[in-house]
Ligand binder design. Structure first.
Ligand code: UDP
Ligand code: MG
Length: 311
């Protein structure tokens, strides 16, 4: 019989874990054609999540739990889930029930009928999220497509079904800063969309404050695009052109007599500030890339597992 794992990253989710497990279990019990399990990753939660997951695992041996030694982040948690998964199929889903578990049978159905390797879920609507979150997500997914060499499907999170072949390729990725939805697109094979409405969080607060969102966006950009580096060349080219045109203008102006070049104090200040800014900006971009090279070269593990249950 084919096997299915549901991968659920959890960080401080005590308010939703019970309900999540209940709804997932009900859905998985209804699937008779596959042998199923749930892999919860406790990403260094500071609340009761760890105890709650341990209690669930003690009662249900189809529930596996990985406890991280501290909070490593959503993407490392999902990565660990995929690394530990030995099943034929895996579904990545958030713990907060924004992605309804009841869609799992439909995802499997789509995978079977389309003979797909990946079924990725596209958010047609997002309920209960702030205007800022929705607008920043829209801008993010669109600028990622402009910046990167691969074309990503728009408005798609990590909620998706992947098969064994994709997981096997994913496990070969050595990069530490993982933008999982990008990597899975990059891997290729047959990928089909599945449109759904994203619900509001069942309870609790978002675990993605602005700081984590910016870090996430930076990882995605830096690992999937070299275009920011071309920015330096582009800006340099433009400013050299401006310099040449300005020089010609001054020389001709002197000869013909329509400039009084010496009077330009403010223009000098403006130019110094402007080009200082351009230089700092481009050095900053270089610094970002050097920073990720530094992180990659240290070759530290992406996450540390403190305890495994039912594995
Ligand atoms: N999450 C995690 N580690 C983190 C932050 C989030 O494992 O450092 C999990 C979280 O528990 C949830 C999923 O990642 O299951 C998505 O987080 P959240 O729902 O807070 O993000 P949002 O839906 O608001 O973007
Ligand atoms: Mg959420």
């Amino acid at each position: 019989m084919e096997t299915l794992s549901v991968i659920v990253p959890c960080y401080n989710e005590e308010a939703v874990i019970g309900e999540s497990y209940g709804r997932l279990k009900k859905v998985l019990d209804g699937i008779t054609t596959l042998q199923t399990e749930i892999i919860f990753i406790n990403d260094g939660s500071k609340d009761k999540t760890a105890e709650m997951l341990s209690a669930i695992a003690a009662n249900d041996n189809r529930v596996k739990v990985l406890h991280f030694s501290r909070n490593f982040g959503h993407q490392p948690a999902v990565t660990a889930g995929i690394h530990y998964c030995k099943s034929d199929l895996a579904i990545i889903i958030d713990a907060d029930l924004q992605d309804p578990p009841e869609l799992i049978p439909d995802l499997i159905e789509t995978q079977k009928s389309e003979k797909a390797n990946v079924v990725y879920c596209v958010r047609e609507k997002r309920k209960g999220e702030s205007f800022f979150k929705k607008i920043s997500a829209r801008i993010f997914y669109r600028s990622m497509n402009y910046l990167s060499e691969v074309n990503f499907p728009l408005d798609t999170g990590d909620f998706r079904l992947i098969d064994k072949q994709v997981m096997k390729e994913f496990k070969k990725f050595r990069e530490k800063g993982k933008y999982i939805r990008g990597i899975i697109s990059w891997i290729g094979f047959k990928q089909v969309p599945f449109v759904y409405k994203r619900e509001a969080r069942f309870a609790g607060e978002t675990k993605y404050p602005l700081r984590k969102m910016l870090h996430f966006a930076a990882t995605a950009m830096l690992y999937f695009s070299k275009k920011p580096l071309k920015l330096a060349t582009g800006l340099g080219f433009i400013t050299v052109m401006i310099g040449i045109i300005y020089a010609i203008w001054i020389v001709i102006g002197k000869i013909v007599g329509f400039t009084h070049a010496l009077s330009g104090w403010s223009s000098i200040i403006i130019l110094i500030i402007f080009f200082g800014g351009v230089q700092l900006l481009t050095i900053g971009v270089l610094g970002q890339y050097i920073g990720i090279l530094f992180d990659e070269i240290k070759d530290r593990p992406e996450y540390i597992v403190e305890k495994e249950e039912n594995i």
